[in-house]
Design a protein around this ligand. Sequence first.
Ligand SMILES: Cc1cc2nc3c(=O)[nH]c(=O)nc-3n(C[C@H](O)[C@H](O)[C@H](O)COP(=O)(O)OP(=O)(O)OC[C@H]3O[C@@H](n4cnc5c(N)ncnc54)[C@H](O)[C@@H]3O)c2cc1C
Length: 373
Amino acid sequence: MKDILIAGGGLAGLISAICLADAGLDVVLVEKKEYPFHKVCGEYISNEVVPFLESIGCYPHYLEPAAISNFRLTDMSGREARLPLDLGGFGLSRYQLDHYLYEKAKERGAEFRLRKKILDVEQIKDGFRVELSKGEELEARLVIGAWGKRSNADNSLDRSFFRKRTDYIGVKYHIRADHLPDDEVALHNFPGGYCGIVKIEDGAWNMCYLGSKERLKHWGSLEAMEENDLGKNPFLRRVLREASYLHDKPEVINEINFGRKKAVERGVLMAGDSAGLITPLCGNGMAMAIHAGKLVSETVLEHWPLNTAAKRDLLESAYTSAWQKLFARRLWVGRQTQKLFGGNVTSAFSVGLLRNIKPLGRVIMQQTHGKAF
Ligand SMILES: Cc1cc2nc3c(=O)[nH]c(=O)nc-3n(C[C@H](O)[C@H](O)[C@H](O)COP(=O)(O)OP(=O)(O)OC[C@H]3O[C@@H](n4cnc5c(N)ncnc54)[C@H](O)[C@@H]3O)c2cc1C
């Protein structure tokens, strides 16, 4: 029996694998894809993660992330508000970052099962039995659920949010466009959504938007929706006309759910988006996933070995309350702020607020971001 099985190898899963393998536990991580691979994500990472990543020897200096120090918000007419970012951040593709952390986790002794999907997680005496695709089964004393926003694994645990339909879709491109600033993360409103643009490594930019399934149905294709909806915003219109696209097709996901989830479900400790997804406008989901990987590992190590049922109960309640304390308020503020995006009147209102009451932007950023850890 393994000590720890980590289900899903995004940021939360990989950081947990690194920390727990470093502490000498016998760790296996199951990931349904094979590194490196692309993911829908805005790829702007708050600098709050830098001290921690450096402390575990995992800040990817050599990948030369783009340094980001300014924020720009535009409404649908192109009216803009700008703010310097107190803490700042960096732009780096998930293709590079996740692959880098995967290599680190392997070096530290974590074992990987790639191209294997978690199908079911069942509690047994002293641990869990996990069913993987292709007929494989693994047993572990503890399972960390790090499978992201929405997965068949949520369905197998009968999590209620899984059955709720949502209108959100996410679309990501990597582009080159000479006129874009190097040091800025921008959010541009358009009918039904908003689009983030940020520089990443190798002279490329990430363009990633949260849009509406209804609008996509209305226009019939992504191209038509981009031309007619995104193109209403003059900034996006220029990018759509001038950019060269670095991949044949975009990454696309749907059924994005920002609703509440539990941090522990049937004994599985959830880390990252599987415990709750912050709205992308906050640009903080990746930092939260990294922080959650740290938090879950530290909490597990404080309660290890899990040799009694009472210790498991203690671990579950300690993790739930630590998770709530660190993340619950940020998720709530993110949900409320998102209501100001994607509508003509509301986005003009939010740009007006930021232009006229400069400290407000700072307050929202402080509420949706954590402190450096
Ligand atoms: C449109 C959009 C834009 C965003 N932009 C930003 C941004 O600019 N900055 C930011 O900080 N955050 C952003 N986020 C949020 C950020 O992407 C997530 O919060 C972050 O990726 C969470 O990491 P994770 O490790 O929890 O999940 P993930 O990175 O999603 O990793 C989960 C992993 O689990 C694997 N998996 C799933 N199911 C199974 C299974 N059954 N078996 C095995 N493996 C499985 C998946 O393949 C995946 O690799 C954005 C989100 C969206 C939707």
